[in-house]
Design a binder for this molecule. Structure first.
Ligand SMILES: Cc1cn([C@H]2C[C@H](O)[C@@H](COP(=O)(O)OP(=O)(O)O[C@H]3O[C@@H](C)C(=O)[C@@H](O)[C@H]3O)O2)c(=O)[nH]c1=O
Length: 186
């Protein structure tokens, strides 16, 4: 497997080894041993899956507060997404900066998003499925979001028309107003 660092500390792109043969292909989508050897040492405790029917559905930009922050290992198993991580660690030299990468069923890439980063994606095809592992269980009381089009972050979403959003995401605050207990260096 190939692990590619991004300019955001700890945000990594993972390219698993894919073994093709006349039947099709095989890959390990996660291996505790191999990922830990590659420096991805998290104790994942929950697997999530979401399905979005319409291209242009945007979920995000989400995070879970301390004391239950989540590291996420994201992949797309049907269709294609533009997946984004935003540094929200207060005092970080890259606070408010973002990285985005296309994840698709075809390219089989994964994005590792550590705690202290908010996460969101937009679907670039109808009927898109996303699966991700998290290292802390869901805590609705600590679930938070930032508005997708916050100008201070300036995510360059590949959008043709306004995105399809949940009610919750439509009403999300800007980064400057969002509750945030992540401190750089913690
Ligand atoms: C995230 C989550 C939601 N739910 C429930 C709550 C709600 O009734 C329903 C839909 O939840 P949401 O609207 O928050 O789903 P969604 O907008 O897909 O939220 C997800 O977005 C991506 C970008 C992430 O990074 C995830 O961590 C998560 O925040 O599922 C769980 O039971 N467990 C979970 O872990």
């Amino acid at each position: 497997m190939n692990v590619i660092e991004t300019f955001l500390q700890g945000v990594k792109i993972i390219e698993p080894d894919v073994y093709g043969d006349k039947r099709g292909w095989f890959m390990e989508t996660y291996s505790d041993k191999k990922y830990k050897e590659a420096g991805i040492g998290f104790n994942f405790v929950q697997d999530n899956q979401s399905f979005s029917a319409i291209r242009g559905t945007l979920r995000g930009v989400h995070y879970q507060l301390h004391p239950k922050p989540q590291t996420k290992l994201v992949r797309c198993t049907r269709g294609v997404i533009f997946d984004v991580a935003v540094d929200i660690r207060q005092g970080s030299p890259s606070f408010g900066r973002w990285v985005g990468i296309e994840l698709s069923a075809d390219n089989k890439k994964q994005l590792l998003i550590p705690s202290g980063f908010a996460h969101g994606f937009i679907t670039l095809a109808d009927n898109t499925e996303v699966q991700y592992k998290v290292d802390e269980i869901y805590s609705p009381d600590l679930d938070r979001g930032i508005i997708w089009n916050d100008r201070t972050i300036g995510i360059d979403w590949p959008l043709e028309v306004p995105p399809i959003l949940s009610e919750k995401d439509r009403k999300a605050p800007r980064l400057a107003d969002a509750e945030n207990n992540f401190i750089y260096g913690d």
